[in-house]
Design a binder for this molecule. Structure first.
Ligand SMILES: [Zn+2]
Length: 110
């Protein structure tokens, strides 16, 4: 009986304390680092900083520059007087074979 108690106690401490704690902390640290890295790689709207990670907000590239923005900021962009000009400039660039056109630049009042 004494032997069984010893084993039971030992298994428990291995699972819940020593093994689990050590492993879990490591994984979480790696995940955190990867999340921080992704934030730098457009997981948030460049204009209003809303997160794209939960999938509730869709992301799209700005017509004015290379910013990745949310659909809300996109509709704001579309209402800007220079939007048509940006659209035309991009169309012209593509027609000229420039598929990496960076845009006409974000208007200061957007
Ligand atoms: Zn936004």
């Amino acid at each position: 009986m004494g032997n069984a108690d010893y084993r039971k106690h030992n298994d428990g401490s291995l699972n819940s304390s020593t093994y689990h704690k050590k492993d879990g902390t490591k994984v979480r640290a790696i995940l955190k680092r990867e999340t921080e890295k992704e934030v730098e790689m457009e997981t948030n709207c460049a204009r209003c900083n809303v997160s794209f990670i939960d999938g509730k907000v869709s992301s799209i590239m700005s017509r004015f520059n290379l910013d990745i923005i949310c659909s809300h900021c996109e509709s704001k962009e579309k209402l800007h007087p220079a939007y048509h000009e940006a659209q035309l400039a991009e169309l012209k660039a593509v027609q000229n074979g420039d598929y990496n056109f960076p845009g006409i630049g974000k208007p200061a009042d957007l």
